[in-house]
Design a protein around this ligand. Structure first.
Ligand code: HSE
Length: 450
């Protein structure tokens, strides 16, 4: 049988990696797919560079629409990224009857409903393994391997840039800004790292996983998103002293009354495997009612790890493109006609209704009655305390110096048991009003992941 032909839109790091892996492993890929898979056409604005990457046998054009219009091409691989022109081209490819393979998490998290509906109406596949956690086959695992389960929660380190920064902050005791600069110098963080460090990239991926896990549409606009920019080294150190590590987690959780969908820094017990995922690596924990806890670990970015996921999708599409569309695995794991009912029973909950435990740090005047007043406010709010730590404030100039008349300052670190976020917001507002609380209170959520 003749090889199936694919056209690539945008040849950057991942596109080049896809070429390399396809060429190197073509024989085995062919035996798995049942026929060869070749990229015969590439569109990129930098035609010269693209040519130098793909060699003379591949047509290189600057106009992506020439790829979409090519009748010999069955699969369009979109590696442009973002929600701008990529969205237009993906919808045009679908309208032209092409299957689409994409690594574009932002596009699917924000416009997935429109894109999957268009693909279903046209009877084509949109495959996106590379969109979540790079080389880790987490979409395959959630959509197929765990299909027997009622998924209860997922917690993932799904952004390598921020995990690298947090690992460095912990190892070297440095604050966020210093490590970010170093990460940029080493190429671990982009020149504009906003989407990574503000948690947006992780929230795109968490949104996609929430849809596949719970049978709801993608709803990025309802995700709670908080990045790592406000973290300081002392909180990482205090957390360590209490037996925890701080990770940026994407969390999706099923509750009887709805779904929690959130990304934020989180204390995780140091003894959990996921707490020991270091550097730019990714890991995703999935809790299913039948299987229990499972953990998936690997590289979440990079040329060949991401190419591994792109090519897995190419093989899937090659195997299935002649099959009846109704027999294929649904894009988001559940049949789309069940989404409306699920939406009513499983709304994405506002952050005020999220229930979790907390790490609080209060910079206070070190004088009689302060701890009692603070714990009194927590008690009034019905918030139970799990542990308290008091540490001398190390960053106060002249603290403790002989003859100093300044009020001594101390850090109070409190771990609480579970409570609703709105209740904690109220308690923090009251504690903040105490004149003996000298700085904005630090609040970091905590998950036991048991
Ligand atoms: N920028 C992402 C990360 C990889 O740092 O993990 C692509 O989503």
């Amino acid at each position: 049988m003749k090889p199936i032909q694919a056209g690539l839109l945008g040849i950057g790091v991942v596109g080049a990696g896809t070429f390399q892996v396809l060429a190197r492993n073509q024989e085995e890929i062919q035996r798995r797919a049942g026929r060869g898979i070749v990229i015969t056409m590439v569109a990129d604005l930098n035609v010269e560079r693209a040519r130098s990457l793909v060699g003379p046998d591949v047509a290189v054009v600057s106009d992506a629409r020439a790829v979409i219009a090519n009748p010999d091409i069955d699969i369009v691989i979109e590696l442009i990224g973002g929600y701008g022109i990529a969205k237009t081209l993906v919808l045009e490819a679908i309208a032209a009857g092409k299957h689409v393979v994409t690594a574009n998490k932002a596009l699917l998290a924000v416009h997935g409903t429109e894109i999957f509906a268009a693909a279903s109406a046209k009877g084509v596949m949109v495959a996106f393994e590379a969109a979540v956690a790079g080389g880790i086959p987490i979409i395959k695992a959630l959509r197929e391997g765990l299909t027997a389960n009622r998924i209860q929660w997922i917690a993932g380190i799904i952004n390598g840039t921020t995990n690298f920064i947090l690992s460095e902050m912990r190892d070297k005791g440095l604050d966020f800004g210093v490590v970010l600069k170093e990460a940029q110098r080493l190429g671990y963080a982009e020149a504009d790292p906003t989407f990574d460090i503000e948690g947006v990239d992780a929230a795109h991926k968490a949104t996609i996983m929430s849809a596949i896990a719970f049978g709801i549409p993608v709803q990025f606009n309802k995700a709670y998103v908080e990045g790592i920019t406000k973290l300081v080294a002392s909180d990482i150190r205090y957390a360590e002293q209490l037996g925890y590590r701080i990770k940026l987690l994407g969390i999706v959780k099923r509750r009887p009354d709805g779904i929690e969908l959130r990304v934020h820094p989180c204390l995780v017990p140091a003894k959990r495997l996921i707490a020991n995922v270091e550097g730019a690596m990714n890991a995703v924990m999935v809790q299913g009612d039948a299987v229990g806890t499972t953990l998936y670990y690997g590289k979440g970015a990079g040329a060949e790890p991401t190419a591994s996921a792109v090519i897995a999708d190419l093989v899937d599409v090659t195997r299935l493109h002649t099959a009846d569309a109704a027999q294929r695995v649904p894009h988001l794991a559940f049949q789309p006609n069940t989404f409306d009912k699920a939406m009513h029973s499983l709304p994405v909950l506002p952050m005020g209704e999220v229930v979790t435990s907390y790490y609080l740090r209060l910079r206070v005047a070190d004088e009689a009655g302060v701890l009692a007043r603070v714990t009194g406010i927590l008690a009034d709010a019905g918030i139970s305390i799990g542990a308290v730590l008091q540490r001398e404030a190390e960053d106060v100039a002249g603290q403790g110096a002989e003859g100093s008349s300044a009020v001594p300052q101390t850090d109070l670190i409190i771990l609480t048991h579970d409570c609703a976020e709105a209740r904690m917001d109220g308690a923090i507002a009251r504690m903040q009003e105490l004149t003996t609380v000298l700085q904005p209170i630090i609040r970091i959520r905590k998950e036991e992941l048991a």
